[in-house]
Design a protein around this ligand. Structure first.
Ligand code: FAD
Length: 550
């Protein structure tokens, strides 16, 4: 039995139960733990395996939301963006973002109508509109923003810098947001920091909500098959796109979510990597939708679609792949790009509020936390975390935590606003006296921030060697992750502790090598290791269109 289940069997009372371990559930877990609240988080899969792993990986203020006149949301998002650059500098880095512009005055009528609250489908945005938007964006970011202000480039300068860009461009604008290199790892670090801050805060992956009645909630361990009961005072439903389904499991009806699915593709295409350079290209399609392309470790990520769906488990379909490829051809007409370049695809469902907006892009990305009061056979209130963005998880968590503290009759003791997270503490300190080459140390720092200290100490405590199938990682580095980072399945390792899955680097020999390293650490007999390899192959093929030849 899991040690946490044993403790819960003896002491089932807990102040707060959070169901769902995406960024919103984990953000709240962290916030409550900092206040010394006994809190339990359960996640049916791995931490950050849902929509939170399907993001564009941009920490941003939401330039586009200015079109919907959501100034408060943009200001809050920019403030949180700036905080994340400070608190998680190991993973959140400045990202220059370039908008190719194809007209001077387009979009002004639609822009004014939207500002006046007459919703109008956005089309092409011209230079005047973009200049106005970026000036406002810089203003809302505040004087203390750590990022430079926007700038325009003439057609000539833009094409000199990026010769592959569509030659119909009349100028480009470049502004700054931030990229997040390892959102999944940042989630894990928040979990670990929370548990370190409060001995009564516990988070478990692969545990799902099973049923609820009266004051009791039954939890089910997906790995051992065991169940246990808890008696919470308050429940938070942080299950994102699954929120209404989860409320039904509590025996409560809700219609909070009107999700839209968003897909990305990852391309192995050196010419495109060169064409995008260090910038994210923010390209407005012929249909007025925005597509972004940027390079990550030698591959290009392109996304995202925005399509209404009722299915929280939606996957990226062939039509979406075609659409994203076509967008890239519009942006870079001289570059040949097709399906043979796609090495990975991923999809997530935005847990947006139900809405009658004209287009999915016009549904607000703001958050709310409606409450279902105790009743209908349930003795505790259920708060549902609806909407929001990855970027604003801390602001949402702060607001919900204040409400929960009020309900529990407790006081806030600490703000999370300036607390460094995980390997962001003491960054950019590097491990010293290790004898490792500088480029290897830099790679470890980029992967673990100042957490590289413990990784290196483990690596050096025994004989180590680079992996045969992925020399960028070493055997003891993988062993360290398996021992210390709550890996349950092989796909946790390749999808969320490393970028191997996202970058389309996985093949069967690599999976076999990884399984041979983690099996002794995780106590997997031979059949279990084989089953884990098969599970991962199926996941990569069916959900991510990867490993076609394996
Ligand atoms: C395509 C796309 C691109 C995006 N890009 C960005 C971006 O670049 N920047 C940004 O700021 N935001 C972005 N977002 C928005 C952001 O990703 C989401 O708002 C955020 O991740 C939602 O987090 P969540 O925790 O609410 O949901 P999720 O991450 O989906 O978490 C919910 C969790 O609940 C778990 N769960 C479900 N049912 C149960 C149960 N019964 N028991 C236990 N656990 C359960 C699920 O497994 C899941 O892990 C993007 C969203 C999409 C779809």
């Amino acid at each position: 039995m899991r040690p946490e289940f044993r403790t819960l069997r003896d002491h089932p009372e807990v102040s707060v139960l959070i169901v769902g371990g995406g960024i919103n559930g984990i953000g709240l877990f962290y916030e409550l733990a900092l206040q010394g609240i006994d809190v339990l988080l359960v996640e049916k899969s791995d931490f950050c395996a849902g929509t939170s792993a399907a993001m564009t990986r941009v920490i941003h203020g939401g330039l586009r939301y200015l079109e919907n006149a959501e100034f408060r949301l943009v200001r809050e998002s920019l403030r949180e963006r700036n905080r994340l650059i400070r608190n998680a500098p190991h993973y959140v880095k400045p990202l220059p973002t370039t908008i190719p512009i194809f007209s001077w005055t387009s979009g002004m009528v639609a822009g004014v109508r939207n500002l006046l609250n007459w919703p109008t489908k956005p089309g092409n945005r011209g230079a005047v509109l973009i200049k106005t938007g970026l000036t406002l964006y810089d203003f809302l970011a505040g004087r203390k923003s750590p990022l430079p202000r926007h700038r325009f480039r003439s057609r000539r300068a833009a094409l000199e810098l990026r010769p592959a860009l569509n030659p119909e461009v009349i100028c480009t604008a470049t502004y700054y947001d931030a990229k997040i290199t390892y959102p999944e790892r940042l989630c894990l670090e928040l979990v670990e920091d929370a548990e370190a801050a409060c001995s009564e805060a516990h988070a478990m992956n692969y545990v799902r909500l099973q049923s609820a009645a009266g004051g009791t909630v039954v939890l089910h361990d997906e790995v051992s098959g065991e169940s246990c009961e808890v008696r919470p005072k308050v429940v938070v439903n942080a299950t994102g796109a699954w929120i209404d389904a989860t409320n039904r499991e509590f025996g409560r009806k809700s219609q909070f979510i009107g999700g839209t699915k968003g897909s990305h593709i990852v391309l192995d295409h050196p010419e495109l990597v060169k064409a995008t350079g260090d910038d994210m290209i923010y390209f407005v399609n012929r249909d007025g939708r925005i597509c972004i392309f940027y390079a990550v470790q030698g591959k290009v990520i392109a996304g995202a679609t925005d399509i209404p769906t009722e299915d929280p488990d939606a996957v990226c379909d062939e039509g979406e792949v075609d659409y994203l490829l076509e967008s890239m051809r519009q942006a870079f007409p001289g570059i040949k790009v097709d399906r043979s370049h796609v090495v990975f695809r991923f999809c997530g469902v935005r847990p947006l509020p139900r809405s009658n907006a004209l287009t999915p892009g016009q549904i607000s990305r703001d958050h709310s936390f409606p409450v279902l009061p105790a009743g209908n056979g349930i003795d505790f209130p259920i708060y549902s975390l609806v909407g929001g963005k990855w970027t604003t998880f801390r602001a949402l968590a702060e607001q919900v935590a204040d409400e929960i503290l009020r309900v529990l009759g407790r006081k806030r003791v600490r703000s999370s606003a300036d607390v460094p997270i995980g390997g962001g503490k003491g960054y950019p300190r590097m491990p010293e006296g290790t004898g490792l080459p500088q480029d290897r140390l830099l790679t470890l720092q980029e992967r673990y921030g100042t957490g590289a200290d413990s990784v290196v100490a483990y690596m050096q405590a025994g004989p180590d060697a680079p992996l045969n199938c992925h020399p960028g990682y070493s055997r003891r580095e993988i062993e360290y992750i398996a021992l210390n980072e709550r890996v349950v399945h092989l796909d946790d390792l390749i999808m969320r502790r490393t970028l191997m899955g996202l970058l389309g680097e996985v093949n069967r020999p690599l999976l076999e090598e990884l399984a041979s390293i983690v099996s002794p650490v995780l106590g997997w007999p031979e059949e279990k290791a084989a089953a884990e390899i098969e599970r991962t192959v199926q996941l990569l093929r069916k959900v991510h269109g990867a490993m076609a030849a394996a």
